[in-house]
Ligand binder design. Structure first.
Ligand code: NAD
Ligand code: ZN
Length: 362
Protein backbone atom coordinates (compact mmCIF):
# COMPACT_ATOMS: atom_id res chain seq x y z
CA UNK A 1 0.00 0.00 0.00
CA UNK A 2 1.19 3.49 -0.75
CA UNK A 3 -0.23 6.66 0.71
CA UNK A 4 0.98 10.10 -0.30
CA UNK A 5 1.52 13.12 1.90
CA UNK A 6 0.64 16.11 -0.29
CA UNK A 7 2.73 19.12 0.62
CA UNK A 8 3.48 20.89 -2.68
CA UNK A 9 7.16 20.39 -3.52
CA UNK A 10 7.70 18.57 -0.22
CA UNK A 11 5.21 15.79 -1.03
CA UNK A 12 6.26 12.22 -0.40
CA UNK A 13 5.10 8.61 -0.36
CA UNK A 14 4.68 6.29 2.58
CA UNK A 15 4.90 2.68 1.42
CA UNK A 16 3.45 0.13 3.83
CA UNK A 17 3.47 -3.65 3.70
CA UNK A 18 5.09 -6.95 4.49
CA UNK A 19 8.53 -7.64 3.00
CA UNK A 20 9.16 -4.00 2.09
CA UNK A 21 12.73 -3.90 3.39
CA UNK A 22 13.87 -5.81 0.32
CA UNK A 23 12.78 -2.85 -1.79
CA UNK A 24 14.66 -0.16 0.11
CA UNK A 25 17.28 0.45 -2.55
CA UNK A 26 14.81 0.98 -5.40
CA UNK A 27 12.44 2.94 -3.14
CA UNK A 28 15.24 5.41 -2.44
CA UNK A 29 16.69 5.39 -5.94
CA UNK A 30 13.33 6.52 -7.34
CA UNK A 31 13.05 9.40 -4.90
CA UNK A 32 16.42 11.07 -4.51
CA UNK A 33 19.69 12.03 -6.10
CA UNK A 34 23.19 11.08 -5.08
CA UNK A 35 24.56 7.81 -3.80
CA UNK A 36 26.14 8.59 -0.42
CA UNK A 37 23.91 7.31 2.37
CA UNK A 38 24.41 7.97 6.06
CA UNK A 39 22.36 5.43 8.01
CA UNK A 40 21.46 6.47 11.55
CA UNK A 41 20.25 3.71 13.85
CA UNK A 42 20.47 2.58 17.48
CA UNK A 43 22.40 -0.30 19.00
CA UNK A 44 19.31 -2.52 19.28
CA UNK A 45 18.02 -1.99 15.78
CA UNK A 46 21.47 -2.16 14.18
CA UNK A 47 22.03 -5.91 14.64
CA UNK A 48 18.37 -6.69 13.90
CA UNK A 49 17.90 -4.68 10.70
CA UNK A 50 20.17 -1.73 9.97
CA UNK A 51 23.36 -3.72 9.56
CA UNK A 52 21.79 -5.96 6.89
CA UNK A 53 20.10 -3.06 5.16
CA UNK A 54 23.45 -1.26 5.01
CA UNK A 55 25.04 -4.29 3.33
CA UNK A 56 22.10 -4.56 0.97
CA UNK A 57 22.49 -0.92 -0.08
CA UNK A 58 26.27 -1.26 -0.39
CA UNK A 59 25.72 -4.28 -2.64
CA UNK A 60 23.55 -2.06 -4.78
CA UNK A 61 26.28 0.48 -5.31
CA UNK A 62 25.40 2.97 -2.65
CA UNK A 63 28.26 4.37 -0.58
CA UNK A 64 27.12 3.60 2.95
CA UNK A 65 28.12 4.77 6.42
CA UNK A 66 26.31 3.48 9.49
CA UNK A 67 26.20 5.67 12.59
CA UNK A 68 24.94 3.91 15.71
CA UNK A 69 23.63 5.71 18.80
CA UNK A 70 22.67 4.13 22.14
CA UNK A 71 19.06 2.94 22.23
CA UNK A 72 16.79 5.15 24.33
CA UNK A 73 15.44 8.64 24.75
CA UNK A 74 18.74 9.98 26.15
CA UNK A 75 20.21 9.81 22.64
CA UNK A 76 17.80 12.52 21.47
CA UNK A 77 20.24 15.17 22.59
CA UNK A 78 22.19 18.11 21.25
CA UNK A 79 25.38 16.19 22.09
CA UNK A 80 24.31 13.26 19.94
CA UNK A 81 23.31 15.44 17.02
CA UNK A 82 26.63 17.27 17.31
CA UNK A 83 28.47 13.96 17.21
CA UNK A 84 26.48 12.89 14.15
CA UNK A 85 27.38 16.12 12.35
CA UNK A 86 31.08 15.71 13.14
CA UNK A 87 31.12 12.13 11.96
CA UNK A 88 29.20 13.05 8.82
CA UNK A 89 31.78 15.73 8.06
CA UNK A 90 34.64 13.25 8.60
CA UNK A 91 32.93 10.73 6.35
CA UNK A 92 32.74 13.32 3.59
CA UNK A 93 29.02 14.07 3.70
CA UNK A 94 28.05 16.95 1.45
CA UNK A 95 24.86 18.53 0.11
CA UNK A 96 24.19 15.48 -2.08
CA UNK A 97 24.31 13.04 0.83
CA UNK A 98 21.22 11.23 2.06
CA UNK A 99 20.32 10.57 5.69
CA UNK A 100 18.42 7.34 6.32
CA UNK A 101 16.88 6.77 9.75
CA UNK A 102 16.34 3.12 10.65
CA UNK A 103 14.74 2.75 14.07
CA UNK A 104 12.07 4.08 16.38
CA UNK A 105 10.97 7.64 17.03
CA UNK A 106 14.19 8.49 18.83
CA UNK A 107 16.33 7.66 15.81
CA UNK A 108 13.87 9.32 13.41
CA UNK A 109 13.68 12.58 15.36
CA UNK A 110 17.45 12.71 15.89
CA UNK A 111 18.49 11.75 12.35
CA UNK A 112 15.84 14.02 10.85
CA UNK A 113 17.13 16.98 12.81
CA UNK A 114 20.71 16.16 11.84
CA UNK A 115 19.55 16.06 8.21
CA UNK A 116 17.51 19.27 8.47
CA UNK A 117 20.46 21.43 9.48
CA UNK A 118 23.57 19.79 8.00
CA UNK A 119 24.67 21.81 4.96
CA UNK A 120 21.28 23.58 5.28
CA UNK A 121 19.33 20.43 4.67
CA UNK A 122 19.97 16.94 3.35
CA UNK A 123 17.64 14.49 1.68
CA UNK A 124 16.10 12.32 4.36
CA UNK A 125 14.40 8.90 4.42
CA UNK A 126 12.77 6.98 7.22
CA UNK A 127 12.45 3.26 7.86
CA UNK A 128 10.48 3.33 11.13
CA UNK A 129 10.76 0.12 13.14
CA UNK A 130 8.48 0.66 16.14
CA UNK A 131 4.70 0.78 15.84
CA UNK A 132 4.76 4.28 17.33
CA UNK A 133 7.21 5.46 14.71
CA UNK A 134 5.24 3.77 11.92
CA UNK A 135 1.90 5.37 12.80
CA UNK A 136 3.03 8.65 14.26
CA UNK A 137 6.56 10.00 14.47
CA UNK A 138 7.71 9.17 10.92
CA UNK A 139 4.77 11.05 9.40
CA UNK A 140 4.53 14.82 9.42
CA UNK A 141 8.07 16.12 9.37
CA UNK A 142 8.56 17.08 12.99
CA UNK A 143 12.18 16.40 13.91
CA UNK A 144 14.22 17.48 16.87
CA UNK A 145 16.04 16.75 20.08
CA UNK A 146 15.51 17.36 23.80
CA UNK A 147 17.22 19.86 26.07
CA UNK A 148 17.76 18.73 29.66
CA UNK A 149 14.29 18.90 31.20
CA UNK A 150 12.64 20.18 28.01
CA UNK A 151 11.46 17.52 25.61
CA UNK A 152 11.53 18.27 21.87
CA UNK A 153 12.69 21.82 22.62
CA UNK A 154 15.00 22.19 19.62
CA UNK A 155 13.84 21.08 16.23
CA UNK A 156 12.48 21.78 12.80
CA UNK A 157 9.87 20.77 10.27
CA UNK A 158 11.79 18.67 7.77
CA UNK A 159 9.83 16.36 5.51
CA UNK A 160 11.39 13.09 4.35
CA UNK A 161 11.69 12.11 0.68
CA UNK A 162 9.92 8.89 1.52
CA UNK A 163 8.95 6.59 4.37
CA UNK A 164 9.25 2.82 3.94
CA UNK A 165 7.30 0.78 6.47
CA UNK A 166 7.77 -2.97 6.77
CA UNK A 167 5.26 -4.47 9.21
CA UNK A 168 7.43 -7.60 9.56
CA UNK A 169 9.91 -5.74 11.79
CA UNK A 170 7.21 -5.45 14.44
CA UNK A 171 7.66 -9.16 15.16
CA UNK A 172 10.75 -8.41 17.25
CA UNK A 173 9.33 -5.42 19.09
CA UNK A 174 8.98 -5.97 22.87
CA UNK A 175 5.33 -6.39 23.95
CA UNK A 176 5.12 -3.19 25.93
CA UNK A 177 6.52 -1.13 23.04
CA UNK A 178 4.01 -2.74 20.69
CA UNK A 179 1.04 -2.11 22.98
CA UNK A 180 2.21 1.46 23.62
CA UNK A 181 2.10 2.11 19.86
CA UNK A 182 -1.49 0.84 19.81
CA UNK A 183 -2.53 3.71 22.09
CA UNK A 184 -1.80 6.16 19.26
CA UNK A 185 -3.69 3.86 16.86
CA UNK A 186 -6.80 4.00 19.06
CA UNK A 187 -6.32 7.77 19.29
CA UNK A 188 -6.70 8.16 15.51
CA UNK A 189 -9.99 6.29 15.58
CA UNK A 190 -11.36 8.38 18.43
CA UNK A 191 -10.35 11.75 17.01
CA UNK A 192 -10.94 11.26 13.30
CA UNK A 193 -12.60 8.04 12.21
CA UNK A 194 -15.44 6.19 13.96
CA UNK A 195 -15.44 3.43 11.33
CA UNK A 196 -11.77 2.77 11.94
CA UNK A 197 -12.49 2.62 15.68
CA UNK A 198 -15.11 -0.05 14.99
CA UNK A 199 -12.65 -1.92 12.77
CA UNK A 200 -10.18 -1.99 15.67
CA UNK A 201 -12.88 -3.33 18.00
CA UNK A 202 -13.60 -6.12 15.53
CA UNK A 203 -9.93 -7.03 14.99
CA UNK A 204 -8.56 -7.07 18.53
CA UNK A 205 -7.36 -10.68 18.30
CA UNK A 206 -5.54 -10.33 15.00
CA UNK A 207 -4.02 -7.03 16.13
CA UNK A 208 -2.77 -8.64 19.31
CA UNK A 209 -1.35 -11.48 17.19
CA UNK A 210 0.46 -8.88 15.04
CA UNK A 211 -1.11 -10.22 11.87
CA UNK A 212 0.80 -8.59 8.97
CA UNK A 213 -2.23 -8.06 6.72
CA UNK A 214 -4.28 -6.45 9.47
CA UNK A 215 -1.30 -4.36 10.57
CA UNK A 216 -0.73 -3.15 7.03
CA UNK A 217 -4.32 -1.90 6.90
CA UNK A 218 -4.18 -0.39 10.40
CA UNK A 219 -0.90 1.43 9.78
CA UNK A 220 -2.05 2.72 6.41
CA UNK A 221 -5.23 4.13 7.98
CA UNK A 222 -3.24 5.87 10.72
CA UNK A 223 -0.70 7.33 8.28
CA UNK A 224 -3.53 8.51 6.03
CA UNK A 225 -5.41 10.13 8.91
CA UNK A 226 -2.28 11.86 10.19
CA UNK A 227 -1.33 12.92 6.66
CA UNK A 228 -4.76 14.52 6.17
CA UNK A 229 -4.19 16.64 9.26
CA UNK A 230 -0.58 17.49 8.39
CA UNK A 231 -1.54 18.47 4.84
CA UNK A 232 -3.88 21.11 6.27
CA UNK A 233 -1.55 22.34 8.99
CA UNK A 234 2.03 21.42 8.10
CA UNK A 235 3.78 23.70 10.58
CA UNK A 236 1.18 23.76 13.36
CA UNK A 237 0.00 27.26 12.58
CA UNK A 238 -3.76 26.88 12.09
CA UNK A 239 -4.32 24.90 15.26
CA UNK A 240 -5.82 21.95 13.40
CA UNK A 241 -2.81 19.75 14.16
CA UNK A 242 -3.73 20.14 17.84
CA UNK A 243 -6.38 17.40 17.47
CA UNK A 244 -3.48 14.94 17.46
CA UNK A 245 -2.86 15.93 21.08
CA UNK A 246 -5.97 14.13 22.33
CA UNK A 247 -5.05 12.54 25.67
CA UNK A 248 -1.64 14.17 25.56
CA UNK A 249 -2.13 17.04 28.04
CA UNK A 250 -2.80 14.44 30.71
CA UNK A 251 -0.14 12.11 29.28
CA UNK A 252 2.60 14.74 29.37
CA UNK A 253 1.75 15.47 32.99
CA UNK A 254 1.96 11.76 33.89
CA UNK A 255 5.28 11.48 32.07
CA UNK A 256 6.68 14.59 33.74
CA UNK A 257 5.56 13.67 37.27
CA UNK A 258 8.48 11.67 38.59
CA UNK A 259 6.20 9.08 40.14
CA UNK A 260 5.21 7.82 36.72
CA UNK A 261 8.73 7.73 35.30
CA UNK A 262 8.27 4.12 34.33
CA UNK A 263 5.37 4.72 31.94
CA UNK A 264 6.05 4.48 28.22
CA UNK A 265 4.64 7.39 26.22
CA UNK A 266 1.85 5.28 24.71
CA UNK A 267 0.88 3.95 28.14
CA UNK A 268 0.64 7.53 29.40
CA UNK A 269 -1.47 8.40 26.34
CA UNK A 270 -3.86 5.50 27.06
CA UNK A 271 -4.42 6.74 30.60
CA UNK A 272 -4.60 10.30 29.26
CA UNK A 273 -7.35 9.36 26.79
CA UNK A 274 -9.27 7.70 29.62
CA UNK A 275 -9.00 10.93 31.65
CA UNK A 276 -9.93 13.11 28.68
CA UNK A 277 -12.98 10.95 27.96
CA UNK A 278 -14.05 11.12 31.60
CA UNK A 279 -13.60 14.87 31.54
CA UNK A 280 -15.71 15.10 28.37
CA UNK A 281 -18.33 12.87 29.98
CA UNK A 282 -18.51 15.09 33.05
CA UNK A 283 -18.97 18.10 30.82
CA UNK A 284 -21.85 16.27 29.09
CA UNK A 285 -20.02 16.19 25.78
CA UNK A 286 -20.08 12.40 25.28
CA UNK A 287 -22.42 9.62 26.30
CA UNK A 288 -21.85 6.52 28.45
CA UNK A 289 -21.44 4.34 25.37
CA UNK A 290 -18.43 6.32 24.13
CA UNK A 291 -16.68 6.03 27.47
CA UNK A 292 -17.41 2.32 27.75
CA UNK A 293 -16.19 1.53 24.25
CA UNK A 294 -12.96 3.51 24.49
CA UNK A 295 -12.05 1.98 27.87
CA UNK A 296 -12.89 -1.53 26.65
CA UNK A 297 -10.82 -1.19 23.48
CA UNK A 298 -7.79 0.16 25.33
CA UNK A 299 -8.00 -2.66 27.87
CA UNK A 300 -8.39 -5.33 25.22
CA UNK A 301 -5.15 -4.06 23.64
CA UNK A 302 -3.34 -4.49 26.98
CA UNK A 303 -3.21 -0.78 27.69
CA UNK A 304 -3.57 0.77 31.15
CA UNK A 305 -6.57 3.04 31.80
CA UNK A 306 -6.28 3.75 35.47
CA UNK A 307 -4.42 6.67 37.01
CA UNK A 308 -2.14 5.38 39.73
CA UNK A 309 -2.13 7.18 43.07
CA UNK A 310 -1.67 10.83 42.19
CA UNK A 311 -1.07 14.33 43.47
CA UNK A 312 -3.73 16.35 41.63
CA UNK A 313 -2.17 19.73 42.41
CA UNK A 314 1.17 18.63 41.04
CA UNK A 315 -0.41 17.28 37.83
CA UNK A 316 -2.43 20.46 37.30
CA UNK A 317 0.70 22.57 37.86
CA UNK A 318 2.52 20.54 35.17
CA UNK A 319 -0.42 20.82 32.76
CA UNK A 320 -0.42 24.60 33.10
CA UNK A 321 3.27 24.66 32.15
CA UNK A 322 2.77 22.37 29.16
CA UNK A 323 3.75 24.24 26.02
CA UNK A 324 0.36 23.35 24.59
CA UNK A 325 -1.36 25.25 27.41
CA UNK A 326 -2.27 28.81 26.69
CA UNK A 327 -0.99 31.25 29.32
CA UNK A 328 -1.57 28.84 32.15
CA UNK A 329 -5.17 28.21 31.20
CA UNK A 330 -6.15 24.59 30.87
CA UNK A 331 -6.99 23.55 27.32
CA UNK A 332 -7.99 20.06 26.31
CA UNK A 333 -8.82 18.29 23.10
CA UNK A 334 -12.12 16.62 24.00
CA UNK A 335 -14.41 14.34 22.01
CA UNK A 336 -18.04 15.03 21.21
CA UNK A 337 -18.64 11.65 19.58
CA UNK A 338 -16.47 8.87 18.16
CA UNK A 339 -14.44 10.32 15.30
CA UNK A 340 -14.76 13.94 16.35
CA UNK A 341 -12.90 16.15 18.82
CA UNK A 342 -12.82 19.85 19.65
CA UNK A 343 -10.38 22.11 21.42
CA UNK A 344 -11.93 23.26 24.70
CA UNK A 345 -10.35 26.27 26.38
CA UNK A 346 -10.60 27.36 29.98
CA UNK A 347 -11.45 24.02 31.51
CA UNK A 348 -11.97 24.36 35.28
CA UNK A 349 -9.38 22.85 37.59
CA UNK A 350 -12.11 21.16 39.63
CA UNK A 351 -13.33 19.33 36.56
CA UNK A 352 -9.79 18.15 35.77
CA UNK A 353 -9.32 16.91 39.32
CA UNK A 354 -12.67 15.13 39.20
CA UNK A 355 -11.70 13.40 35.93
CA UNK A 356 -8.41 12.24 37.44
CA UNK A 357 -10.27 10.95 40.46
CA UNK A 358 -12.80 9.12 38.34
CA UNK A 359 -9.95 7.39 36.48
CA UNK A 360 -8.05 6.62 39.69
CA UNK A 361 -7.44 3.00 40.51
CA UNK A 362 -8.28 3.26 44.19
P1 NAD B 1 12.40 4.33 20.61
O1 NAD B 1 12.88 4.92 19.36
O2 NAD B 1 13.19 4.60 21.85
O3 NAD B 1 12.25 2.76 20.43
C1 NAD B 1 11.83 1.97 21.52
C2 NAD B 1 12.77 0.79 21.74
O4 NAD B 1 12.49 -0.21 20.77
C3 NAD B 1 14.25 1.12 21.59
O5 NAD B 1 14.95 0.46 22.59
C4 NAD B 1 14.62 0.56 20.21
O6 NAD B 1 15.95 0.17 20.14
C5 NAD B 1 13.70 -0.64 20.15
N1 NAD B 1 13.33 -1.07 18.81
C6 NAD B 1 12.99 -0.29 17.75
N2 NAD B 1 12.54 -1.03 16.74
C7 NAD B 1 12.62 -2.32 17.14
C8 NAD B 1 12.27 -3.55 16.54
N3 NAD B 1 11.70 -3.61 15.32
N4 NAD B 1 12.48 -4.70 17.22
C9 NAD B 1 12.99 -4.63 18.48
N5 NAD B 1 13.31 -3.51 19.12
C10 NAD B 1 13.12 -2.35 18.45
O7 NAD B 1 10.91 4.80 20.96
P2 NAD B 1 9.64 5.12 20.07
O8 NAD B 1 8.50 4.83 20.93
O9 NAD B 1 9.72 4.51 18.73
O10 NAD B 1 9.76 6.69 19.84
C11 NAD B 1 9.68 7.59 20.90
C12 NAD B 1 10.15 8.95 20.44
O11 NAD B 1 9.36 9.40 19.36
C13 NAD B 1 10.07 10.03 21.50
O12 NAD B 1 11.31 10.70 21.58
C14 NAD B 1 9.01 10.95 21.00
O13 NAD B 1 9.23 12.31 21.37
C15 NAD B 1 9.12 10.78 19.52
N6 NAD B 1 7.90 11.14 18.78
C16 NAD B 1 8.03 11.98 17.73
C17 NAD B 1 6.93 12.35 16.99
C18 NAD B 1 7.09 13.23 15.79
O14 NAD B 1 6.09 13.68 15.22
N7 NAD B 1 8.30 13.49 15.36
C19 NAD B 1 5.66 11.85 17.32
C20 NAD B 1 5.55 10.98 18.40
C21 NAD B 1 6.68 10.64 19.12
ZN1 ZN C 1 1.93 10.66 21.32
Amino acid sequence: LITRVNLADRSYDIQIGSGNLAELSSFMRDRCQGSHVVIVTDDQVDPLYADKLGDQLAGDEWEVHVLVVDAGEQSKSVEDVHELWETMLEEGADRQSIVLAIGGGVVGDLAGFAAAAFARGLQFFQVPTTLLAQVDSSVGGKVGVNLPGAKNMVGAFWQPRGVLIDVDVLATLPEREYWAGLAEVVKYGVILDAEFFAYLEQHVDTINARDPAVLTYVIERCCRLKADVVEQDECETTGLRAVLNYGHTFAHAFEAASKYGLLLHGEAVAIGMECAARLAHQLDRIDDDFLRRQTALLKSLHLPTEVPEFDGDELVRIMRRDKKADEGRLRFVLPTKLGHVELVKDVRVDDVLAALKAANAG
